[in-house]
Ligand binder design. Structure first.
Ligand SMILES: Cc1cc2nc3c(=O)[nH]c(=O)nc-3n(C[C@H](O)[C@H](O)[C@H](O)COP(=O)(O)OP(=O)(O)OC[C@H]3O[C@@H](n4cnc5c(N)ncnc54)[C@H](O)[C@@H]3O)c2cc1C
Length: 472
């Protein structure tokens, strides 16, 4: 039951007064549809907004949120819409609040190693702007060409380099936030340390647009690593590939920047699509390593150590990128996988479980068993360095759509239970949104879920900000 009021002509006219006529979309179905989904393949997770607003200032956001509270209208904050859990989908209709116009890099403070940005800055553009200063934003996801920094904070995005650098939240030292009742607050700022009271910044990071709208983001910067080496290594099977991951860290005594993983199916299909010349046909798994740093000698010696360990541990081929172009070519194989799987089967579910790293082979074996049980393929790729695996059940072309709709919830429950059994959880970086909220009790106690509900209710008494996400 929708407990919210619908958008009226009067509300639209108020929104136009707040943001300007050009920044409100109300009666153009084609334009509205763009804001009805994120990057989840399944259409059932989409929902049309009644109106889209594109504020340009914090003051406009405050006015929108106040109006929404008065009229009991739901508001869904939206970044680039590249999410994979439905976080930016307005499931109760109402207002979609897109921050796309708030895309300024406000300040790059090189003395304090902090940048201040608006939430609609494209992650890659931000990082590119830091290049001239010899600085670097380390906590970004692999959708960096199109996602926004605000969305990265909203999901606490991880990515290919999280094993060395950690996830987005690690670099957020401050947030300016419009609260769900339309108050403005600044949490933290340019200081690196802060234990003054509860960690409210930590609470906001990964809150999936349910606890506030970020309007300014303070980001800690690192010296830019100017040297890097990328190594692509092919293995006979998953077991031998994954076995090397802890060895790199324990025997090799180094933490690579990235250790990315593709199973044989993802490798074969992606390389075939890209017309790759590496010897992928004989391989059952691929690892992609990167090492980076500011000391060229150290970076090169780390790369040699990785190559030698791969060779010692039964890699069937080890390729080292000789230049930036080759490095990009290797990364392209990894980055192309989600799109390859989408092409093979638009009906699919890209998952995001995370398990302790030693259990990766065991959990992949479980995915195979689950696949056999339901007669579907469950290819897998992801971030081997931190145990974050994107198992992706694909609809069997021989099954009807109805059958797929019936078995998918069971497949997902089996995948999540398998992860939970080994101390894992249902999402490492993509978040819960409304896609996974029905499965929270598999990995969280009632007490935990109630704690989160109480926080939501305390901050958002009218439940207008992104309702129906994370939990009902
Ligand atoms: C090909 C591909 C690769 C990907 N790779 C990765 C990866 O490596 N790691 C990873 O973590 N994710 C990855 N993702 C998922 C996605 O790109 C990330 O979650 C990204 O951080 C979302 O950013 P966005 O701007 O698109 O946010 P959106 O999808 O628009 O929104 C995400 C959430 O943040 C909230 N939000 C957005 N802006 C604000 C704001 N200003 N204030 C408050 N809340 C806000 C929204 O309400 C929503 O709940 C990938 C996606 C694709 C399609």
């Amino acid at each position: 039951m929708n407990i919210y009021n619908h958008i009226t002509e009067d509300i639209i006219s108020n929104l136009k007064k707040i943001c300007g006529v050009e920044s409100v979309i109300a009666d153009d179905a084609k334009k509205l549809r763009r804001y009805s989904h994120d990057q989840i393949a399944e259409k059932k997770y989409s929902h049309m907004p009644e109106v889209v607003v594109k504020p340009a200032t914090t003051e406009e956001i405050i006015a929108i949120i106040k109006l929404a509270n008065q009229r009991k209208i739901p508001v869904t904050p939206r970044g680039a819409g590249s999410g994979l859990s439905g976080g930016a989908v307005p499931i109760y209709g109402g207002i979609c609040l897109s921050v796309e116009r708030m895309n300024r890099i406000i300040e790059i403070d090189k003395e304090n190693l902090i940048a201040v940005v608006e939430p609609g800055v494209v992650t890659n553009k931000f990082d590119a702007a830091l290049k001239d200063y010899g600085l670097f934003f380390a906590g970004y996801p692999m959708s960096e060409e199109f996602c926004f920094v605000g969305g990265n904070v909203g999901e606490n995005a991880g990515g290919g380099k999280a094993i060395k650098y950690g996830v987005t939240g690690k670099y957020i030292t401050g947030l300016e936030v419009v609260t769900p009742i339309g108050e403005l607050v600044q949490l933290g700022g340019k200081r690196f340390k802060d234990v003054t009271g509860y960690n409210l910044i930590g609470l906001m990071i990964g809150s999936e647009g349910t606890l506030g709208v970020f309007t300014k983001i303070f980001i800690r910067l690192l010296p830019r690593p100017v040297h890097k080496v990328t190594i692509l290594s092919l293995f006979k099977n998953i077991q031998s590939a994954i076995a090397i991951v802890p060895i790199i860290m324990t025997r090799g005594k180094l933490i690579p920047t990235a250790i990315e993983f593709l199973d044989g199916f993802c490798l074969y299909e992606t390389c075939k699509q890209l017309n790759e010349s590496i010897a992928y046909r004989d391989a059952g798994a691929m690892l992609l390593f990167e090492v980076d740093g500011t000391n060229e000698v150290q970076v090169k010696s780390d790369a040699v150590a990785i190559q030698q360990l791969c060779e010692e541990y039964q890699a069937i081929e080890v390729y080292t990128a000789e230049n930036e172009e080759e490095s990009e070519r290797f990364w392209k194989i990894r980055k192309q996988v989600p799109w390859t799987l989408k092409r093979i089967s638009p009906r699919q579910s890209l998952e995001d479980v995370v398990v302790p790293i030693a259990y990766i082979p065991m959990i992949i074996e479980c995915f195979h068993e689950i696949g056999e049980k339901y007669n579907v393929l469950i290819p897998c790729f992801g971030h081997a360095g931190d145990g974050n695996l994107h198992a992706t059940p694909l609809k069997n072309p021989g099954h009807s759509d109805e059958r797929w709709d019936n078995i998918l919830p069971e497949i997902l429950a089996d995948i999540y239970c398998a992860a939970a059994k080994v101390g894992g959880t249902i999402s490492g970086e993509h978040g819960i949104g409304h896609k996974r909220k029905g499965y929270m009790d598999l990995v969280m106690s009632k007490v935990q879920i109630e704690m989160m509900r109480s926080i939501k209710l305390a901050l958002d008494p009218n439940n207008i900000l992104n309702p129906g996400k994370i939990f009902d």
